[in-house]
Every structure is written in structure tokens, then in C-alpha cells.
Design a protein around this ligand. Structure first.
Ligand code: NAD
Length: 271
């Protein structure tokens, strides 16, 4: 069996290290290398399996362009500015790009769509199977329950997370809005502080908690008079996102150029 050459940009990060482990553990994958920021303490160090602590014979470099050139697929959980640059390399070298970076603006996302014209791109705010099922269930519930049910989305993450609400919470908001056939931008309520006035009917509210080492928890609640329905997901370990991203990488290696998400990878309904 020919193994798929997968590189990890940002391989020193919390997710980067998990991704290295998930690739090294997968029989269909071959780790082709890893990059870090020019000023990172990890430059020049061996890429190491995070669980066993064993060194590979690959060294961490700042040279993303060469890694894109020498890989079938790149997995990218970095930051928006880096991911935009990486998308240009993906288009230039025809390298499949799997993206988990959150906090991207609509402008940033344009570069991913440009790359998707010539190569397969998988972009997901959350790579876990359970959360992708939650997206589907949220859309369905929102379609079945009218605006008598106030939709609130609560998320909690570790203290190091830099963007809020989480990409997953925003995706859940988008799925709820899709279910209700409304535009999330028109109904999202992300800022509650001081005298806010009463809740507006039809709004989708967001609340954010940060602390400890929580890998990611999300609750979507539908709140009517005298009853509440809650759909929730709790990630026990961020290894689930890494395994999902490697699954997406292996799936994408067989796909035509295009812009895909985890529902495509997992074969979940889109409607
Ligand atoms: P982190 O800060 O621990 O890791 C990011 C790494 O990227 C760092 O090591 C940083 O040095 C590196 N980096 C930044 N710019 C770079 C560049 N130009 N070249 C190479 N490396 C560069 O953060 P994290 O917790 O690992 O999260 C990373 C991203 O993944 C965040 O946007 C986070 O929200 C997202 N995330 C997504 C999912 C998902 O399932 N989609 C799950 C968890 C985290």
C-alpha cells in the first residue's frame, strides 16, 4: 500500500503535536515533515511522537513552501494569517489542504476558496464525528421548533484559546440559522453586558466560558416557556480532532478539487 505523505504546519502547537501523533499512528499515512514560525523555539528540533516521546528523523523547519511541495496533503491548525499564506502554497503546488484554524474572516476564507479551484480543500471548525452530528441535529431541531423556542449556544474552552465565540459555536449558530431559514448575521447576539433590554424574539444568543484545560464543550439549548431542550457535546481530549483531521486527509487524497467540510468526509446529510 502506498502511504499518503502528510505534513503538519504549526507542528509545535497543541493541535500540531496531536496531529503528528495521529499521523505516525496511522497505517495509511506517512509523516512528510513539520513547520513552525521562524522565531519558534522548536526550529531545528526533531519531530517527536507526543505520546511515546520518541524522536523521528525529521527536523522542524520554518520552510512551509518546501513542505507543501514535498507532501500529498498538509494539515493546518495554526492561525488565520499563516493559513492564508499556506492556501497560496496549496494552490501553487497542488497540495491538498486540510484546515482546522478558526477565527478566519470572510476575506481570509476567500483564499481557501481560490485554492479549492485547483485542489481539494477540507475546512472545518470542528473535526470530531460527534460535533458534526451535533451540527446536523441542531439544524433539524431548529427547523422543527419555531421562534417560541429561544436558541442559546454556550461554549467552554481552555484558558489559552484566543478567539471567541469558538469556531464550533459559530458553526452551530449557522446550522440553527439554516434550520430556521434566517441569516445568522441578522439574528446573532454575542454582546450582553449592562442594560441590554429584553431578549429579541428569533435571536440566537452566544455565551462563552474560558478556563482550565477544557478541550471543548458546546451546548445548544432551545428554551420555550416551561420547557428546555438541550443538545450537547463534550470533548474529553483534543486527540479526537487530530484523528478526524487525518481521516479527512486520507479521504481528500481521493477527491477531485473542491471545497469540502466534515459532513462530506463523514457522509452526513447536508439538508
Ligand atoms: P497553538 O497556539 O497551540 O498552536 C498553533 C501553532 O501554530 C503554534 O505552535 C504556532 O507557533 C504555529 N504557527 C503560527 N504561525 C505559523 C506559521 N506561519 N508557520 C508555522 N507555524 C505557525 O493553538 P492550538 O490550540 O493548537 O489551535 C490552533 C488552531 O486550531 C486554533 O485556531 C484553534 O481554534 C483551532 N482548533 C480547531 C479545531 C478543529 O477541530 N477545527 C480543534 C482544536 C483547535
Amino acid at each position: 500500500m502506498t502511504r499518503i505523505k502528510i505534513g503538519v504546519v504549526g507542528c509545535g502547537g497543541r493541535m500540531g503535536q496531536m496531529l503528528v501523533g495521529a499521523i505516525l499512528d496511522h497505517e495509511a499515512a506517512l509523516l512528510s515533515g513539520g513547520t513552525e514560525r521562524h522565531d519558534s523555539q522548536y526550529i531545528g528540533q526533531a519531530i517527536r511522537h507526543p505520546a511515546s516521546g520518541l524522536d523521528t528523523d525529521l527536523k522542524i523547519t520554518p520552510d512551509a513552501e518546501t513542505l507543501f511541495k514535498n507532501s500529498d496533503v498538509i494539515i493546518d491548525f495554526t492561525c488565520p494569517t499563516a493559513t492564508v499564506l499556506h492556501a497560496n502554497h496549496a494552490a501553487k503546488y497542488g497540495t491538498i489542504h486540510i484546515i482546522g484554524t478558526t477565527g478566519m474572516t470572510a476575506e481570509d476564507e476567500k483564499s481557501l476558496h481560490r485554492a479549492a479551484k485547483s485542489v481539494a480543500v477540507v475546512y472545518a471548525s470542528n473535526f470530531s464525528l460527534g460535533v458534526n452530528l451535533l451540527f446536523y441535529l441542531t439544524r433539524k431541531a431548529a427547523r422543527m421548533l419555531d421562534a417560541d423556542y429561544d436558541i442559546e449556544i454556550l461554549e467552554m474552552h481552555h484558558r489559552h484559546k484566543v478567539d471567541a465565540p469558538s469556531g464550533t459555536a459559530l458553526s452551530l449558530g449557522m446550522e440553527a440559522a439554516k434550520g430556521r431559514a434566517v441569516d445568522l448575521d441578522q439574528v446573532a447576539d454575542k454582546n450582553r453586558d449592562g442594560i441590554t433590554g429584553a431578549r429579541k424574539r428569533g435571536d440566537i444568543g452566544f455565551a462563552v466560558l474560558r478556563g482550565g484545560n477544557v478541550a471543548g464543550e458546546h451546548v445548544v439549548s432551545f428554551n420555550a416557556d416551561d420547557e428546555r431542550i438541550e443538545l450537547s457535546h463534550k470533548a474529553g481530549d483534543r486527540v479526537i480532532f487530530a484523528r478526524g483531521a487525518v481521516k479527512a486527509a486520507i479521504w481528500a487524497a481521493k477527491q477531485k478539487p473542491g471545497f469540502y467540510d466534515m459532513a462530506d468526509v463523514l457522509g452526513l446529510p447536508k439538508e
